[in-house]
Every structure is written in structure tokens, then in C-alpha cells.
Design a protein. Structure first.
Length: 261
């Protein structure tokens, strides 16, 4: 089920979702080109004002970002144990080899995951899918048919959970859910796919009947606004990206992952 947008009161809470998407992509750009501690740490520190300005409460922040805080240490531990060894080897056992190089790479990976994921998760916690669709169609000029179809599909994702629950109750009522757990799960999954395809076909027909597939210029019930705050957010994302690159290059830590080995 798609999480409902969080009600927040921060300065960035009601900024156009396209600006939030653009800022997250700008911040991520240098981090996908290099794996080093300096660029990731600089980006993470500079992201703190954006995270605060998003307006999430502490409870909502930790709930929404909990998968990131779980994934980052797991990725770092995996790299530390099985990464390419270099320098002094501290531990070696079977396939496990912990060295200075693998530990440095693990630290860079940990910070990189946090710097990449936290802005996107926090900024998009306050985004309504309809507002995002309006922005993508009106500001980015994506095809309205594609945007509205994707929005309709996203709105129906939550129904899959209800369908799964109803299938389980129905099978239990018929006495076919007591044995053969694997067979039962496969049968329910197939039934869920059938239900999803039927609902998708009905949705497509309904949207076509209402003119969503037309080629004429479409009007919008709500205007996707764009102003100084949106431009400032994009500039902030670009500033974080350029600063992380500059500091990493100046300190000699830049490690271009697409460069020659």
C-alpha cells in the first residue's frame, strides 16, 4: 500500500513535488558517480537544513526513514566483510576478509546510502500523488495520458492489500486454507493477478470513456504552481551537489566509479 502523505508544516511541505523530485535528483548526481567518504559526508551534512525544513515530526521522520537506517548498516557490513581487500588485513576467515580498504569502502557506502535515500524519502513524505501528476504533466510536459494512467494505477495499489485479505478470508471460510501453505499462496497470488488485470481493464475503459485518451489539449482542475520557493529548492539541491564534488576533488578523495580500474 502506498503510504499516505504526512501532514507537515515546514517551509518545504507544500512546495511543488516536481521541485522536490528535481532537488533529490540533483543531490544524488555526484553520489552515483563516486564512492568516497568525503562527498557523501559533505552532502549528508548539507542536507540537514532541507530535512528540517520538510517539517516532519520526529516520530514521522523515524517511521518513514527506518528502512534506510536498516539498509545502510547492512550494506556497510556486507562491504566490510566481502569487499575487495587492500592495505592491512585485520581479519580473514573463509570468504570473509576485513582490510583497511574494505572498511573505508564500507564507511563510504554507509554514508552514501544515507545521503542518497534520506532526501528523497523525507521530501516525498509530504507529496500527494495527484499533485505530483499535475506537476509532471503541467511543468515537465510529460504526456497526460501516461501521467494520468500511472496516477490511476497508483491509486488502486492499496486495493491489492484488501483483495489479498478478502481472498484469505474466503478460502478459510471454504476450508481450503488449512493445509498446503505454498500451494495456497500460489493460488492466491494467481487470483490476485487476475483481479488486478480485470480492475485495470475496467479502469482503462472508464478513463477512455471520460476522454482521458483524447489528443486535444487537456485542461486541469488545479494549477501546478511554480514560484520562488521551487527555484530556491532546486538551487539548494544544485549547491549541495556542486559543493560535495568540489570538496571531494579538492581533498583528493574523489573516486570516479566509472573510471579505469
Amino acid at each position: 500500500m502506498i503510504p499516505a502523505p504526512v501532514v507537515a508544516r515546514g517551509p518545504l511541505a507544500d512546495v511543488n513535488p516536481v521541485a522536490k523530485l528535481g532537488a533529490a535528483l540533483l543531490i544524488a548526481f555526484p553520489l552515483i558517480l563516486t564512492v568516497d567518504v568525503v562527498s557523501a559526508l559533505v552532502a549528508l551534512v548539507l542536507e540537514i537544513p532541507l530535512l528540517v525544513a520538510a517539517g516532519l515530526g520526529w516520530g514521522a521522520f523515524w517511521r518513514r526513514t527506518s528502512p534506510v537506517w536498516i539498509a545502510a548498516p547492512l550494506a556497510a557490513v556486507t562491504i566490510a566483510l566481502y569487499g575487495e581487500p587492500s592495505g592491512t588485513v585485520h581479519l580473514e576467515w573463509l570468504l570473509v576478509r576485513v582490510s583497511d580498504g574494505s572498511l573505508a569502502l564500507a564507511a563510504a557506502t554507509f554514508l552514501r546510502v544515507l545521503a542518497l535515500a534520506l532526501p528523497g524519502v523525507v521530501l516525498f513524505s509530504t507529496v500527494d500523488p495527484t499533485d505530483l501528476a499535475d506537476g509532471l504533466a503541467q511543468r515537465v510536459r510529460l504526456p497526460a495520458r501516461f501521467v494520468l494512467g500511472a496516477l490511476g494505477g497508483m491509486r488502486l495499489v492499496g486495493l491489492l492489500v484488501d483483495d489479498w485479505r478478502e481472498l484469505a478470508i474466503a478460502r478459510r471460510a471454504r476450508g481450503v486454507a488449512d493445509t498446503g501453505r505454498v500451494r495456497r499462496l500460489l493460488g492466491m497470488a494467481f487470483a490476485l493477478v487476475v483481479l488486478a488485470l480485470r480492475r485495470g481493464a475496467t479502469l482503462a475503459t472508464s478513463m477512455e470513456a471520460r476522454g482521458f485518451g483524447g489528443t486535444a489539449r487537456r485542461t486541469w482542475a488545479r494549477e501546478s504552481r511554480w514560484g520562488a520557493r521551487e527555484r530556491a529548492l532546486l538551487c539548494a539541491g544544485l549547491g549541495i551537489s556542486l559543493t560535495a564534488i568540489a570538496v571531494s576533488v579538492a581533498t583528493g578523495a574523489w573516486n570516479f566509479i566509472l573510471g579505469p580500474s
